[in-house]
Ligand binder design. Structure first.
Ligand code: BGC
Length: 758
């Protein structure tokens, strides 16, 4: 009798708090199993499912009340834990899973989460670098590779991909995303979700649940200051911030993580409008929402919740289903429900969602399905995985300048001098998120170049980058005083045919809590570069960095610049293959490079303003008095060892009707001497709409490989999805009017034509 009553309440409550939307389909069999299981669960066990503990590694923030390892073990036994994070390795995961499965009353398995951000042990390039490839297949493969290693290590859920759009290179976390553009960001987000989750059936034990993070507007934190407030209009929110999340949900995404920031005054973990109304109800997201690390608790210092109880109430009502290491739900929710201060239906909805993902992952069929020591040995670090990340690394490199054709290097007979700490570093290229990887395991640029034996290669460090080798938990201390290596470097460089200088940021200079107010080459590197330039200007500058840098001096003086980011385990091989021309670079910038810090935040898709757009009229136009208005290198920019020419832009009809499609074609010719790949990009400008529209918006891109002299016709298709936008009532609309179409090899695309939408 009691059980039936409970069952009825559960079903009814789900109906009231979450309108099931067709976009994410439910499996009726799983839903029935959840009904049965939930009917057996006590309130304590339900709230327990909503609790996630960090493993044995207190990392990204304070661990306020998680307790000692012993207390955590005790709570797992009591059924008060639904998930663990950062426990890794088959042996370790098996140990905690066994407790949950064999020692708790109902044996509900844990879901095991981990930050698999750009690889697990075999590291891919940082996510921003991967986005520079614009190669969605390669990006999907990279996520698949990462998923396979994590899954083989016992993990079944990653806290990725991060899909925070950001135009502010000061923000350290730009390295984790896909850059400044929402359209590219959406495509990359979908590729990554597919790479992690596969076909969403999880039949393969090498696929894991993905997390879209951070929901939302974390990339717009004021002043790019970490953990800060975001004040974003609905226009920005719906047209720029949310599209990648929506695209990920439509792909079958399993979980979403809230962000640390407030959004227009409301902390993300307590944002009922975004979590419950938009994500769960409007979009029909049927997976679960996890808080970011202790972010439910952080609603107290934000001044939003007066105490822990109030934080618990706001978060659960808003729709934050699981509390990451905040210690808020277990101590308070049980009593709050008993006292009638929190409706049982909110807890039931959260638990149903968490159990659903566990069922979908197959954890109830076999809680140990990710725990196979043989598989762990075979998959992690395999040759195939090394090849996949090498492929991704080559594709992520962007050639910014090659004025005197110093590149590609000749295979023999050249005297090459290699300079800079970053050339020998096996650590920095691993990037920032690499918890499972061993330090110093990247192939360095030096090692990569040493494999080309036809030239004489002389490596001289010339400059220490930092005073101590940084870690994930320390602030990077750049060397600002010691120039003792300059002389040796100058002596070596002066007679070289080519000087390759590897400069930039340490891998730990970007990522969480790594905002900067200065984007110049840090430490003494600018001076080092200028000193070497004085003795030999034939410099190939290889940049290693996790964000756009301000390199105006170099862009003017240095003949050759290669953007090589932090490319992960295979860094040196990828860089060497590009420098020697065994791989023709094809990457394009996913973020604009500013001329100076004052231009930041900067993006190609700014507004026209009401003023004239050039300086010929008079001084009162929208510009800076002291620097060009344009970026140093625009979004979408990147060169090749060959050249391309766009011509013959055609639009197949002059009038588009809602629900239809319009095709835009262009001829692309390889006008150089070698085979190369080009990312052709299509931008639109909606010339008149109910809200002001950006001067340009990316709405299509295609990567094409062309042999020397070859021409191909590329066709882009525009539909409602590309031509519509969210109006100021937050409705997606396609409005009549004139649209300009621009096609080219970067966001400065000039080939253009127009059509009408009626
Ligand atoms: C980060 C998240 C991450 C979590 C768990 C937080 O500090 O913001 O992106 O997933 O820690 O490590």
């Amino acid at each position: 009798m009691k059980i039936t009553q409970f069952f009825t309440i559960t079903i009814m409550s789900v109906m009231t708090v979450s309108t099931i939307n067709a976009q994410q389909k439910l499996n009726p069999e799983i839903e029935k199993k959840i009904d049965v299981l939930m009917s057996k669960m006590t309130l304590e066990e339900k709230v327990g499912q909503m609790n996630q503990y960090n493993g044995f590694w207190d990392v990204t923030g304070p661990a306020p009340v998680g307790g000692t390892s012993e207390q955590k073990y005790e709570n797992i036994k009591k059924g008060l834990v639904g998930s663990m994070l950062t426990v890794r390795g088959v042996k370790e995961v098996k140990a905690v899973q066994k407790i949950a499965v064999e020692q708790t009353r109902l044996g509900i398995p844990l879901i095991i989460g981990f930050d698999v951000i750009h690889g697990y042990k075999t590291l891919s390039p940082i996510p921003l670098a991967e986005a520079a490839s614009w190669d969605l297949k390669a990006i999907e493969k990279s996520a698949e590779t990462a998923a396979s290693e994590a899954a083989a290590s016992g993990i079944n859920w990653t806290f990725g991909p991060m899909m925070d759009v950001s135009k502010d290179a000061r923000w350290g976390r730009v390295m984790e995303g896909a850059g400044e553009d929402s359209y590219l960001g959406s495509k990359v987000a979908v590729a990554r979700v597919k790479g992690f989750q596969g076909d969403n059936t999880f039949k393969s034990p090498l696929r894991i649940a993905a997390t879209a993070k951070h929901f939302a507007a974390y990339g717009f934190v004021e002043s790019a200051l970490e953990y800060n407030a975001s004040e974003v209009s609905n226009n920005t929110l719906f047209n720029q911030v949310l599209p990648p999340f929506k695209a990920a949900v439509d792909t079958g995404l399993k979980t979403v993580m809230t962000s640390f920031n407030t959004i227009n005054g409301i902390p993300a973990s307590g944002d009922k409008y975004l979590l419950r109304d938009v994500l769960k109800n409007k979009w029909g997201f049927n997976g679960f929402v996890i808080s970011d690390w202790a972010s439910i608790r952080e609603m107290i210092p934000w001044g939003f919740s007066k105490d822990e109880k109030a934080a618990a109430i706001s978060a659960v009502e808003a729709g934050t289903d699981m509390d990451m290491e905040g210690g808020i739900y277990v101590p308070y929710l049980i009593d709050l429900v008993k006292q009638g201060k929190v409706k049982q239906e909110f807890v039931d909805d959260a638990v149903r969602r968490i159990l659903r993902v566990k069922y979908e992952l197959g954890l109830f069929d076999n809680p140990y399905r990710f725990l196979d020591e043989k598989r762990e040995k075979e998959v992690i670090g395999s040759k195939a995985n090394r090849e996949a990340v090498l492929d991704m690394a080559k594709k992520s490199i962007v050639l910014l300048k090659n004025d005197t054709n110093l590149l590609p290097l000749k295979k023999s007979g050249q005297k090459i001098v290699l300079l800079g700490y970053l050339a020998e570093s096996k650590n920095s290229p691993l990037g920032s998120w690499r918890i499972a990887a061993d330090s110093n395991t990247a192939v360095s640029v030096l090692e990569g170049m040493q494999q080309y034996k036809g030239n004489s290669l002389n490596y001289v460090k010339g400059l220490e980058l930092t005073t101590v080798e940084p870690t994930f938990l320390t602030e990077v201390q750049y060397n600002t005083t010691d120039k003792s290596g300059f002389e040796a470097a100058k002596n070596a460089a002066k007679d070289a045919d080519v000087v390759v200088m590897v400069l930039g940021e340490h891998g730990f200079s970007t990522g969480e809590a790594r905002s900067r107010t200065n984007l110049d080459l840090p430490g003494l590197q600018q001076e080092f570069l200028e000193e070497i330039y004085k003795v030999n200007p034939n410099i190939v500058l290889v940049l290693n960095n996790g964000r756009p840098l301000t390199i105006s001096w170099a862009a003017e003086k240095i003949p050759t610049i290669v953007e090589a980011w932090q490319l992960g385990t295979e860094t040196g091989n990828a860089v060497a293959q590009v420098l020697y021309g065994d791989y023709n670079p094809s990457g394009k910038l996913p973020m604009s490079f500013p001329r100076n810090i004052g231009q930041v935040p900067i993006s190609y898709n700014h507004y026209s303003t009401g003023r004239f757009t050039n300086k010929d009229n008079n001084v009162f136009w929208s510009h800076y008095s002291d620097v060009e208005k344009t970026p140093l290198y625009p979004f979408g920019y990147g060169l090749s060892y060959t050249t391309f020419e766009y011509s013959n832009l055609k639009i197949n009809k002059k009038t588009f009707s809602k629900g239809g499609k319009v095709e835009v074609s262009v001829d692309l010719k390889n006008t150089g001497k070698v085979t190369g790949k080009e990312v052709a990009q299509l931008y639109i400008h909606d010339e008149f709409a109910s809200v002001a529209k950006p001067v340009k918006e990316l709405k299509g891109f295609e990567m094409v490989e062309l042999k020397a002299g070859e021409t191909k016709t590329i066709t882009f298709t525009l539909t409602d999805a590309e031509l519509g936008f969210y109006n100021n009532q937050n409705e997606f609309v396609v409005e009549p009017g004139s649209f300009k179409v621009m096609v080219g090899g970067n966001s400065d695309a000039t080939l253009s034509d127009k059509f009408e939408v009626n």
